[in-house]
Design a protein around this ligand. Structure first.
Ligand SMILES: C[S@@+](CC[C@H](N)C(=O)[O-])C[C@H]1O[C@@H](n2cnc3c(N)ncnc32)[C@H](O)[C@@H]1O
Length: 195
């Protein structure tokens, strides 16, 4: 996975490497969600660190994990305030309950369906009680693969994700959907760990 993104890193950064490249409705969603969290934040599958500045908003502690070395190099150069690690979101180098919020923005899209529940459990593990996960995904028939520009990705639905999220101790509290011309339908959900 890391190599697939490494090979396309320059192209990806040119297209999505700046916050201004991302939809304003998503800025608003991520900023509002951030405001509901406390403590450190984890950008799980942070890519080139595009969300870093908005998540930090000055002085908030923001950790970033990704498997792409090229993306991490870019994030290090452009977002010096982020604490970055080369790590899979399936095995995070963090203690239980280490963060108050996890952003997984289109970073679980490539996980084969059988691996998704364990990955969601790992994201849930690092969330403190009361913490929340904001997860962006492509909405469609759950678990169905499709050709993504980098490598195979899978559609999900909020209903299909609710079960594995509940098993991970996370309850879905927000369900967002939108459609952008030229893209698959887009979904985002917020799931909260009980206090
Ligand atoms: C579509 S990009 C999104 C990047 C970033 N979240 C953003 O919104 O710009 C998907 C990212 O997830 C990362 N990724 C995919 N599978 C991963 C895994 N198992 N562990 C960590 N990162 C992963 C990729 O390397 C890539 O950076």
């Amino acid at each position: 996975m890391g190599r697939a993104y490494d090979a396309r890193a320059e192209e990806y950064v040119a297209r999505f490497g700046d916050l201004a490249d991302l939809a304003e409705v998503d800025h608003a969603l991520v900023a509002r969600w951030r405001g509901t969290t406390t403590g450190a934040l984890l950008d799980a599958g942070c890519g080139p660190g595009t969300w870093g500045g908005l998540l930090r908003d000055g002085d908030r502690t923001v950790l970033g994990a990704d498997v792409s070395t090229a993306f991490l190099d870019h994030a290090r150069a452009t977002q010096p305030g982020l604490l970055l690690a080369r790590a899979s979101l399936e095995a995070l180098p963090l203690r239980d309950g280490a963060v108050g919020g996890v952003l997984a923005w289109y970073s679980t899209i490539h996980l084969e369906p059988a691996r998704l529940p364990a990955a969601l459990a790992e994201l849930g593990r690092v969330l403190a009680p009361g913490g929340s996960l904001l997860l962006g995904y492509f909405a469609g028939p759950p678990g169905e693969p499709f050709d993504h520009a980098v490598t195979t990705a899978y559609f999900w639905s909020v209903d299909a994700l609710s079960g594995p999220l509940a098993a991970a101790g996370l309850d879905v509290v927000e369900d967002h959907r939108r459609h952008e011309a030229g893209s698959h339908p887009l979904g985002a959900l917020v799931a909260r760990r009980a206090r």
